[in-house]
Design a protein around this ligand. Structure first.
Ligand SMILES: Nc1nc2c(ncn2[C@@H]2O[C@H](COP(=O)(O)OP(=O)(O)O)[C@@H](O)[C@H]2O)c(=O)[nH]1
Ligand SMILES: [Mg+2]
Length: 403
């Protein structure tokens, strides 16, 4: 197994083991199923390729031609492909991957919003996208490509029905597509060329003419897919799995937060009150020590209740831009300021009251802001963010390279 896949599997198992403690709950069943699906997918080394595009571009015909079967219905009308359909493909005996080809309904079907949604769901789960076009890009195709690029997946622009164009016309269209600056690799195919008239001269002198459909022209695309399978499939699958894992983990955390909202509210209030009283009553000096301790107690209770992994906590605390270290530090600085101000203004109990009030209110404010930030940051816990960054080099160069 390639190193990124081993890493993805380790992280997936770690997440799976950790969340087992809570995913039995009814509201977390979809996430548990999604995690189980990811495990199956990694275990069976299944690489998904989805055909995407407007209706009548030849998506179904293309997948049929790739597999050499006629499993998918092909036709010039809207609505021929109603549901995403998938089939297994064994491209080459030397490739250690099972490949699942997924056909999607067209994006511009009449009354097909639901089907279009299905196509987008497939695109999100695919490891490689074949965006099938058959002429100049329309506005809709251009928009869809821009949107697809936000998924950070490799996209191959497959120009089908090339049999209908002369070489000069094809080059002119490609030049126009390149001018759009999408940076996509264009592959020319003819999945189901239109029949041509064939004249046969028989030995007895007879001449007959018949319509024959030429063989599909797919070499460029097939070669490119094989190359991707040989060199990049492991990293691409790992990347896809980790991205989905991050999304699932974010959903689990969000649901955890909703499920325990009442407790968390109570916990914030209780800790703020305890901190206010503690700081108010403690002698100067000791209260400065007490402040971070009570903050830590509050955070510890929060994490325990949300069942946050400790790794995620360190991620949430230490993140350079959004980390919780900022508000926690701010709380301590605020308290120090309040102490200074109060001891200058009042020398008696008024000083403790003021400091206690500042300490309690600042923790309560943190209690209402921090959980959302915690959840946002903790979804990259277990080292997910680090692995994703390593795989994408910060911002997905693979997508740019292949797509
Ligand atoms: N001339 C030509 N026609 C094609 C080619 N590929 C598909 N078609 C035709 O395009 C129509 C739509 O094909 P289909 O695969 O159903 O398109 P989909 O809606 O994108 O799945 C059918 O009539 C096909 O015969 C091709 O390479 N050349
Ligand atoms: Mg179709």
């Amino acid at each position: 197994m390639s190193p990124p896949l081993v890493e993805a599997e380790t992280l997936l198992n770690r997440c799976w083991d950790h969340w087992q403690a809570v995913t039995d709950r009814a509201d977390l069943q979809p996430e548990q199923r999604a995690l189980a699906g990811l495990r199956r997918r990694l275990g069976s080394r299944l690489f998904s390729i989805a055909a995407f595009g407007l209706v009548n571009r030849g998506k179904s015909a293309l997948l049929n031609a790739l597999t050499g079967a006629t499993q998918l219905q092909v036709g010039p009308l809207n609505g021929v492909t109603r549901q995403p359909q998938s089939m297994l493909w064994s491209p080459d005996s030397g490739i250690p991957w099972r490949v699942r080809l997924i056909d999607t309904p067209g994006l511009n079907e009449v009354e097909g919003e639901a089907r279009e949604q299905l196509a987008w769901d497939v695109a999100r789960s695919a490891d490689l996208i074949l965006f099938v076009v058959a002429a100049d890009l329309t506005q809709l195709e251009y928009q869809a490509l821009l949107e697809l690029r936000t998924l950070h997946k490799p996209i191959l622009l497959v120009f089908n029905k090339s049999d209908l164009y002369s070489e000069a016309d094809l080059q002119a269209i490609y030049a126009q597509i390149r001018r759009l600056g999408l940076g996509l690799e264009i592959l020319t195919v003819a999945a189901c060329p239109k029949p041509v008239k064939v004249r046969t001269h028989w030995p007895d002198g007879r001449i007959t003419t018949e319509w024959e459909r030429p063989a599909p022209q797919l070499e460029a695309l097939r070669g490119r897919i094989l190359q991707i399978l040989q060199t990049e499939a492991g990293s691409l699958l790992a990347l896809n799995v980790l991205k989905r894992l991050e999304r699932i983990q974010a959903q689990i955390l969000q649901k955890q937060w909703q499920h325990h909202a009442d407790f968390l509210e109570w916990w914030s209030k209780a800790c703020s009150l305890a901190k206010g009283l503690g700081i108010g009553l403690a002698p100067l000096g000791l209260d400065l020590l007490l402040s971070p301790l009570l903050d830590a107690l509050w955070l510890w209770g929060l994490c325990l209740r949300l069942h946050l992994p400790w790794g995620a906590l360190s991620e949430a605390l230490g993140s350079r831009q959004e980390g919780l270290w900022r508000p926690l530090l701010l709380n301590s600085a605020l308290l120090l300021l309040a102490e200074g101000l109060a001891s200058w203004l009042w020398r008696d109990w008024g000083s403790g009251l003021f400091s206690g009030l500042v300490a309690g209110v600042s923790l309560y404010r943190l209690g209402s802001l921090a959980p959302q930030a915690l959840i946002r940051l903790a979804r990259g816990g277990f080292g997910l963010s680090t692995s994703l960054n390593a795989l994408t080099g910060g911002e997905n160069p693979k997508t740019q390279q292949v797509g």
